[in-house]
Design a protein around this ligand. Structure first.
Ligand code: ZN
Ligand code: ZN
Length: 302
């Protein structure tokens, strides 16, 4: 998976900081998480291939996460896309999503709306990107319904013909092993794991923003190669205000990353008032050494 954080701002786009949004590409298809005002400009600045977007995951219907939809969808239309595009969002946001689609007008591709419930964690394969890519959706705690997403790409075991030959597997029986069945050769049982390589470990990305630092997030992000998390402020004096508004501090994100055992943490969704988030780097690295004070266009491959 190739990952690019298109923007790192919360609340308002700034001249030098786009709103938080994440572009993830896998096998030539892409999924976008969040789409605040101006996301199509952020995508252009990061040279993200928006024609490849097959799905958009919306965390919640606050303006800084959703009002970029009409512009982005129209920009995608300009690329000549004709295949359907799926939009996932908290079910209570359906009215706002529908209104934004009205603004976008007639598009040359079908939009498929997928409302998600808030009664508990859900999981589904994102087959429009890759059947091996699973999305998990966790209800968060914000001032409106808000969802955290994790994307996990698992890998098939690769068939090793030389091992099958060595075990005397006849060519016409290989298909059974391929599809997960076992066969018997000269009285000996041959199982699929005997003729396949160890699979690569799954690649997991977790994206959580606009929430109190609830305990469930640590479990949800467990095993993440990359954990992208809100860090509105680095000033601990802002904590009571964050508690009131349903947000978290950079230090909260570091504590969650440590509990989750994440390999790496990218901070995002900085307050417009936080002009230099990197000022807190030394303190944050003591809490979680693999923290990155992300900037727009931050990218990596998992
Ligand atoms: Zn926000
Ligand atoms: Zn919000």
């Amino acid at each position: 998976m190739d990952i690019c954080l298109l923007g790192t701002g919360g609340m308002l786009p700034l001249c030098d900081r786009f709103l938080t949004s994440c572009y993830i590409e896998q096998g030539g298809r892409a999924v976008l998480i969040d789409c605040g005002e101006g996301t199509q400009v952020a995508a252009a600045a990061a040279k993200a291939k928006i024609s490849r977007i097959e799905a958009i995951l919306i965390t919640h219907a606050h303006a800084d996460h959703v009002t970029g939809l009409p512009g982005l969808l129209l920009s995608v239309a300009n690329t000549g896309k004709t295949s359907p595009l799926e939009i996932y969002f908290p079910a209570s946001a359906q009215g706002i999503i529908t209104a934004l689609l009205t603004v976008a007008g007639r598009l040359p591709y079908e939009i498929r709306l997928v409302p998600l419930g808030m009664s508990g964690e859900t999981a589904f394969p994102l087959t429009c990107i890759d059947p091996m890519l699973e999305v998990r959706a966790l209800p968060l705690r914000h001032s409106v319904d808000c969802i955290g997403y994790s994307l996990t790409l698992t890998h098939k075991r690769v068939f090793l013909p030389e091992r099958a030959d060595a075990l005397g597997v006849p060519p016409n029986k290989r298909g059974i092993l391929h599809s997960g069945g076992s066969i018997t050769v000269e009285g000996r049982e041959i199982t699929p794991d005997m003729v396949t390589a160890e699979p690569r470990p799954p690649q997991k990305l977790t994206y959580v923003t606009d929430t109190l630092p609830i305990d469930e997030i640590a479990d949800f992000a467990k095993g993440s190669r990359l954990f992208i998390c809100e860090g509105m402020y680095g000033d601990r004096a802002k904590k009571p205000d964050m508690d009131k508004k349903g947000h978290m501090l950079m230090q909260d994100a570091c504590a969650l990353a440590a509990r989750a055992g994440a390999e790496c943490l990218w901070l995002t969704h900085y307050s417009p008032a936080e002009s230099d988030p990197s000022a807190f780097e030394a303190e944050l690295k003591e809490l979680f050494p693999a923290v990155v004070i992300s900037t727009d266009g931050q990218r990596t491959a998992l």
